[in-house]
Write a new protein. Structure first.
Length: 119
């Protein structure tokens, strides 16, 4: 069974930075693509970033490209999201998720961590 636990959220002023972490349990982490998503109040959940199993390729939503960086440490079973130049519109609950092998679906999700950016 896979469990994902996010941490690192909080309140930050616009222009500031935060680093989110997602600690994973289970034997599949090191071979799985991982993603970060977010959901703002009253809005649908949206894709933020994705990283393949060995960190060789990363993908970003246009809204965060150049400001956010996804990375992973397979030895620590952890994926990170470094968020710089934060904007009030980045305010949301951020979730990490593990992609199902051979599928475009994400089968495991964390409980989320709140990020609030004040103007």
């Amino acid at each position: 069974q896979v469990q994902l636990v996010e941490s690192g959220g909080g309140l930050v002023q616009a222009g500031g930075s935060l680093r989110l972490s997602c600690a994973a349990s289970g034997r599949t982490f090191s071979t799985a693509a991982m993603g970060w998503f977010r959901q703002a109040p009253g809005k649908a959940r949206e894709f933020v970033a994705r990283i393949i199993w060995n960190g060789g390729n990363t993908y970003y939503a246009d809204s965060v490209k150049g400001r956010f960086t996804i990375s992973r440490d397979n030895a620590k079973n952890t994926v990170y999201l470094q968020m710089n130049s934060l904007k009030p519109e980045d305010t949301a609950v951020y979730y990490c998720a593990e992609q199902v092998a051979g599928s475009s679906m994400y089968g495991y999700w964390g409980q989320g961590t709140q990020v609030t950016v004040s103007s």
